[in-house]
Design a protein around this ligand. Structure first.
Ligand SMILES: [Cu+2]
Length: 210
């Protein structure tokens, strides 16, 4: 609180300095170029004053992010477009097209990631059909952003074909959030190694900016 008060006071006094400089220079009959430069400065100062008093409205854009789930014989499955950035208040349409026909059912408490969470309407569509969960035996991957309360289970694609999951969500919190796959689709102990432990394979970042 005290930090905010201090900031707006600083902006106000900067604005006053610019305004008094304009008055002095106008009195001296300064050149057009100098006045134009100062006018830009005044506009910048004015916008700072405005933003210090008014909370900016949410962006309310609709943006689409597309990812693919590819398989790699040598290392394992991988999400493309692993990191992206949106604005708080955006309606994000997230499309995930998977080529992976393998399953990686969740176990125990992790089976909560079979459920769709954090989307508009509480659903995702699977090839156009709205669902609230994927049967555990069919789960191949998840796209999970714990920090945004978002969870999209991804079913296995039919062999030789693809499956497309689409969900809409509105991130409200700003920050840099790690997403991860929670289905045990990797290698090594508990199938949590290899791609599961590798950035830009089964994890990445969602940045939500103001
Ligand atoms: Cu996975």
């Amino acid at each position: 609180m005290s930090g905010q008060v201090g900031r707006s006071r600083a902006v106000s006094s900067a604005g006053m300095v610019v305004i008094s400089l304009v008055a002095v220079l106008a009195g001296l009959g300064a050149s057009v170029a100098v006045v134009a430069g100062l006018a830009t400065g005044v506009r910048a100062a004015a916008s700072q004053l405005t933003s210090s008093k008014v909370t900016p409205a949410p962006a309310r854009r609709t943006v689409t992010e597309s990812m693919e789930l590819l398989t790699n014989a040598a290392f394992g499955p991988r999400y493309t477009n692993a990191s992206w950035s949106v604005q708080a208040g955006d309606t994000v349409i997230l499309k995930i097209k998977s080529y992976d026909d393998g399953t990686a059912p969740l176990t125990g408490a992790q089976m909560m990631y079979d459920n769709v969470e954090g989307t508009l309407g509480g659903t995702e569509t699977v090839d156009g059909r709205a669902v609230r969960r994927i049967p555990n035996a069919d789960v191949a991957h998840t796209f999970t952003v714990v920090g945004l309360g978002l969870n999209l289970p991804i079913p296995a694609a039919p062999t030789g074909s693809t499956v497309t999951v689409v969900a809409r969500f509105v991130p409200e919190r700003t920050g840099s959030f790690v997403w991860q796959c929670y289905a045990p689709c990797g290698t090594g102990p508990n199938l949590m190694g290899g791609p599961m432990a590798t950035m830009s394979w089964m994890e990445g970042k969602v940045r939500v900016i103001q």
